[in-house]
Design a protein around this ligand. Structure first.
Ligand SMILES: [Zn+2]
Ligand SMILES: [Zn+2]
Length: 386
């Protein structure tokens, strides 16, 4: 595994075009995607969160076939060009395994018997979609000194994987409080009024209302020591790119969903407006973390841009507890937490206090350990980062 990691993280002079690195990485990514797709096709009840219609209407088998052939050709090219054969041979082995499991002809049987599933297909689709959008933009307009396989990329990918796999559980946990309230409340007329507005208006209302809530929740996560321990995990990302947005403690993910999307559902907003919001936010979150170093000078005071959110993650003293908004910087201007120096970017990212351990499981347990302290909370500011 470490040999593979070293190859993916090869120094710049070993990654030049024509050295078999690009083809090797492309073959490796494609073969992993193909293998994952075969697993979804073979065990849909356990791994297919996207439901039967998607598998019926999307040309998944054709795409898989093309992907496997492309992976095979790219792996052959990498083997021919590159002295180090680890990317080429690993990709070949994964393609062989995917073929042995049936490849595009793998049997798909939705029995509908399973109530619990892992969203493996959701993960693969997310990865392809966001990767195709952001990797090229980051290569062109990002900080070039930061490679694709930068520090801690594996940890962030694991956050991305676990978050997608547990999509069912997270949705269930965050939807339950709202559903309970919905069942016990009357006053449908207000909800009818909300739903009767034009969808575009509803969409912007949702964007604004969720941002107000998000601003307050986000600020609480910074202010209250034990909450900060959860949120500090998100801030511990040492490098910023589209993948860094997924580094978030599961408890925080549930809290955020439960306080943003679900109340909107409760207020009666129509489903198309809610879905549009969910899709936009999903891109937005990747966008504001992305390594895209463009200065959107005309709009950056009205809409959150990468530079604005990068300052929220900055290690500079001035970057502590500023820029909490996710959509509209005006909230930070109103509450006096706005910080955006002309054209500058932070010199680095991360948290100093508390010291966050490395590794997914260590980070998962880290905030929970706070409650096991036997001695009284000696200093309330102990856990904050200022
Ligand atoms: Zn924060
Ligand atoms: Zn962030």
């Amino acid at each position: 595994m470490t040999i593979l990691k070293d190859e993916l993280e090869a120094p710049a002079d070993q990654r030049r075009f024509g050295m078999g690195w690009v083809s090797g990485v492309a073959a490796f990514v494609l073969s992993v995607l193909a293998f994952g797709t075969v697993i979804c096709l073979r065990y849909p009840d356990q791994f297919a969160a996207m439901g039967q219609p998607l598998y019926k209407f999307l040309p998944i088998r054709l795409t898989l076939q093309i992907g496997m052939i492309a992976a095979f050709l790219l792996a052959s090219l990498s083997l021919a060009l590159r002295r180090n054969k680890v990317l080429g041979t690993t990709s070949m082995a994964i393609i062989l395994l995917a073929s042995a499991l049936g490849g595009p002809h793998a049997q798909t049987d939705f029995t509908g018997e399973s109530d619990l599933y892992l969203g493996l297909d959701f993960f693969l689709l997310n990865l392809v979609f966001l990767g195709l959008v952001f990797v090229p933009i980051e290569r062109i307009a990002g900080n070039r000194a930061q490679p694709i396989f930068r520090t801690d990329w594996r940890e962030d990918l694991l956050y991305f994987l676990v978050g997608s796999l547990l999509v069912q559980g997270v949705t269930f946990l965050s939807i339950t409080p709202s559903m309970t309230i919905l069942k016990q409340t009357q006053g449908a007329s207000f909800r009818d009024f909300v739903a009767a507005q034009p969808i575009v208006i509803q969409f912007f209302e949702i964007m604004f209302l969720t941002d107000v809530v998000q601003y307050l929740v986000h600020r609480l996560f910074h202010r209250i020591p034990w909450l900060w321990r959860f949120h500090a995990i998100h801030h511990s990302a040492p490098a910023m790119d589209w993948l860094a947005s997924s580094r978030m403690h599961l408890i925080e993910v549930v809290c955020l969903r439960a306080t943003t999307v679900m109340p909107m559902f409760l207020l009666g907003f129509a489903q198309p407006a809610l879905y549009a919001y969910i899709v936009v936010v999903y891109f937005w979150s990747a966008m504001i973390h992305s390594n895209v170093r463009l200065n959107f000078r005309l709009i950056e005071h009205f809409i959150v841009t990468p530079r604005f959110h990068h300052w929220h993650h900055g290690i500079e003293r001035e970057a502590i507890d500023v820029n909490f908004a996710i959509h509209f910087p005006i909230l930070d201007q109103i509450f006096g937490t706005f910080y955006l120096p002309e054209k500058q970017w932070p010199s680095g990212y991360g948290v100093i206090n508390p010291k966050i351990p490395r590794g997914y499981w260590q980070q998962f347990l880290f905030p929970l350990m706070y409650f096991r302290r036997t001695k009284p909370l000696d200093s309330i500011h102990d856990a904050t980062h200022d």
